[in-house]
Design a protein around this ligand. Structure first.
Ligand code: FMN
Length: 204
């Protein structure tokens, strides 16, 4: 089986649920499977470390997970219109993969959850694309042939799936939001499959 890395950070659970729907989309493509990974919260105390195994949910990702997979689905709650530091912290450890071109040519899509409808979904999604472009990844969005993009009254953008959690961050994903997560997962997996093993061989 060829794997797509579904990598996310979630504090209240919404982005985690989006990740599960994206993984479902990956599994719809024959020969493809999702590798679900998360990241620990960043500590304000630099020397404090979390246990290497989380209390619940998928394992923590390492930069090697990015190397291993044929494609990437990256999810983050918004933090002031930007991706969460916990996810950025992992990405900032991928200098060796960047220099080796290890992710170049692999397809990647992004997703986010915000509390308010106009609270920065698109800016967060674009902020997540920037380091992936530096890595040479092929950014995959959502086409308007996905009907939910046109009639959603909450999340869902051509830049990637999004979710509007509400002021108390307790609003479940709507059917449109769920469907767009699954659609992106499927699309990234199909593109990875069409590209063969995903990336061209790293340059020597
Ligand atoms: C420090 C901080 C900053 C946030 N910034 C925004 C923001 O700019 N816009 C917004 O709509 N929601 C913002 N939120 C709300 C979260 O993005 C929102 O609750 C999201 O649904 C959480 O996803 P999760 O359930 O995966 O943790 C912020 C939350 C925190 C804790």
């Amino acid at each position: 089986m060829t794997e797509i890395l579904v990598l996310y950070y979630s504090r209240y659970g919404a982005t985690a649920e989006m990740a599960r729907h994206a993984a479902r989309g990956v599994a719809m493509v024959p020969g493809m499977e999702a590798r679900l990974r998360t990241v620990p919260a960043v500590s304000a105390v630099c020397e404090a470390v979390a246990d290497s195994i989380p209390e619940a949910g998928p394992p923590y990702a390492t930069p090697e997970d990015l190397e291993d997979c044929a494609g990437l689905l990256l999810g983050s709650p918004t933090r002031f219109g930007n991706m969460a530091a916990a996810l950025k912290y992992l990405i900032d450890q991928t200098g060796p993969q960047w220099l080796a071109g290890a992710l170049a040519g692999k397809p990647a899509g992004v997703f986010t959850s915000t509390s308010s409808l106009h609270g920065g979904q698109e800016t967060t999604l674009v902020s997540m694309m920037l380091p992936l472009l530096h890595h040479g990844m092929l950014i995959v969005g959502l086409p308007y042939s996905e009907a939910a993009l046109s009639h959603t009254t909450s999340g869902g953008t051509p830049y990637g799936p999004s979710h509007t959690a509400g002021v108390d961050s307790d609003r479940p994903l709507s059917a449109d939001e769920q469907g767009l997560c699954t659609a992106l997962g499927r699309r990234v997996a199909e593109i990875a499959l069409a590209l063969g093993e995903g990336a061209p061989a790293p340059r020597p």
